[in-house]
Design a binder for this molecule. Sequence first.
Ligand SMILES: [Zn+2]
Length: 119
Amino acid sequence: MTGKRSKTNPRHANGNLRRKYRARLKAQGGPCGICGGRLGPIHYDEPSDAAHPLSFVVDDIRPISRFREFGYESREAAAQDWGNLQAAHYCCNAAKSNHTIGEMRRGSRCFPAASDGDW
Ligand SMILES: [Zn+2]
């Protein structure tokens, strides 16, 4: 359950936790939670930037910027919810932006087709 109050700087604590979660997702080495592996495995060893579209990023399943909509009491609560995190490709995460996967499918906006193109 959330609701834990901490005297430490929440931003700092959040950063540490996010790093830990990132390491855990990387260790699990699972497929991209957004495309479900349609674009191939995540390239965990590559730097996470636009030059490496299949590189690894931590995706917030329910966008943190919209935490209220999803019942979180704060941005931190959403950011620290392990159940709200999944591994994803850099490019899939960028296409998803602050939408949910359901919204992406409904709107089909800018979700890349599963072709290894130059996007
Ligand atoms: Zn993907």
